[in-house]
Design a protein around this ligand. Structure first.
Ligand SMILES: Cc1ncc(COP(=O)(O)O)c(C=O)c1O
Length: 408
């Protein structure tokens, strides 16, 4: 059967992320990989999960294994509304939609807001899952470069004026303000305020995705954009994937009640409801205070990995290569000298059994060929020590060859 001529126009453009395809190359267990940005499975509270799941099945199995409301389990929504309120985002149950991971929030928002060709502001580089959701609904991704304080709002202001002159305006801006994937960069308070101001001026929504915000190693938390929003213009995405476990696929969307209802309509046709067992697990773990204690221990353990990776990079990476020093999250962003190709470096590294992801896939405009993302979240200390040392050697060799070719 040839499906090509039957596909909807919308589906014709869909493709899997190049980055995810590339992970397959790095799945060889003998490869020391800093490619995948998964949480560390060693940190999953396996025994406690067994105990809680057994209790759940015994005590409320007939609900935990049943379909549930599209909007999500009431108790969990109530817990999350209170949590959001404590975090400066006044919410009630009606402001909360439980989703299959925060990824589904991006999909639903794109589904309800995007017509083909609608402009959407994205970060450059940006999170591939968000970029993919927008792409699948045929949004026109307009990328604005980041600097050390996040998205460059002055460049965005210029772009918005230009779009206006063309009679166009973005539907929303997709941002990851804390410890962004892929760069580890956080947006300053001033930028967050300026971003909200621009959103008001040009009447677009901000989609604030915050899966890493609680994994902060140092520095003071910065106010969320949603907490400064007085009009319901900001939609906030939260997730249990990094603070607890991703396999339950439980995330949440916080928005105005009317928008939650629209998103719930869109969700109903997608999956009827989120994972009932997963939601009840999340509720038990969260409401007992277990997740808060767990997050404190995660912070200490991920910080050790970040510190180790940074000190190995300091020791082994050659002059001319630069990298971010994230205050939280899972990722370090590496920039090679202009003109060097991170993909070629990656192929050389894989021959020596070390992997990372080259950065071009996080850009929507073909830029970023000299960049790379390193995840410190999953690798064990021994692999970080050995892998970064090997990579340092490969970088020295590649850099020498690059300089030679340049002067030849
Ligand atoms: C920035 C960002 N947003 C969302 C997600 C998806 O998270 P979830 O498991 O909640 O769907 C990820 C996962 O890596 C991410 O990095």
């Amino acid at each position: 059967m040839i499906f090509d001529e039957l596909y909807a126009d919308r589906a014709r453009c869909m493709k899997t992320s190049e980055i995810r395809e590339f992970f397959k190359l790095t799945e060889d267990p003998s490869v020391m990989s800093f490619a995948g940005g998964f949480p560390s499975a060693e940190f999953f509270p396996m025994e406690k999960v067994c105990e809680v799941v057994n209790g759940l099945i015994d005590e409320e199995g007939k609900y935990a294994l049943q379909y549930g409301p599209t909007e999500g389990n009431f108790e969990l929504r109530k817990y999350l509304a209170e949590k959001m309120t404590r975090e400066g985002i006044p919410s009630t149950v009606d402001n909360i939609l439980i989703t299959n991971g925060s990824q589904q929030g991006m999909d639903l928002l794109s589904k309800v807001f995007l017509n083909p060709g609608d402009p959407v502001i994205v970060e450059e580089p940006g999170y591939v899952g968000g970029l993919g959701a927008i792409y699948n609904y045929e949004g026109d991704r307009i990328s604005i470069p980041l600097d050390k304080d996040g998205i460059q709002v002055d460049l965005l202001a210029v772009k918005l004026r230009k779009l206006k002159m063309e009679g166009r305006s973005p539907k929303f801006a997709y941002l990851v303000p804390n410890f962004q994937n892929p760069t580890g960069i956080s947006m300053s308070l001033e930028r967050r305020q300026q971003m909200l101001q621009l959103a008001k001026e040009y009447n677009f929504i901000i989609l604030e995705d915050n899966p890493y915000g609680e994994i902060r190693f140092e520095g003071e938390p910065v106010q969320s954009i949603k907490s400064m929003d007085t009009e319901g213009r900001v939609v906030y995405l939260g997730s249990f994937s990094k603070t607890f476990i991703p396999g339950i696929r439980v995330g949440w969307t916080v928005a105005d009640e009317s928008l939650i209802q629209k998103l719930a309509c869109a969700k109903q046709a997608t999956d009827l409801c989120s994972n009932s067992l997963g939601q009840r697990m999340a509720y038990r773990f969260a409401s007992s205070g277990y997740i808060d204690t767990h997050v404190s221990s995660l912070i200490a353990r991920y910080k050790e990995k970040r510190d180790l990776m940074l000190s190995c990079m300091d020791q082994h990476f050659p002059e001319g290569v630069t990298w971010t020093r994230p205050q939280g999250g899972f990722f370090i962003w590496v920039t090679l000298p202009e003109g060097m190709n991170a993909r070629s470096l990656l192929y050389k590294a894989i021959e020596r059994k070390v992997a990372f992801v080259d950065g071009a896939g996080f850009f929507v405009n073909g830029n970023g060929k000299n960049t790379a993302r390193f995840a410190f979240s999953e690798a064990c200390p021994d692999k970080i020590l050995r892998g970064i040392a090997i990579l340092g050697k490969v970088m020295h060799e590649e850099l020498a060859a690059f300089k030679k070719a340049k002067t030849a």
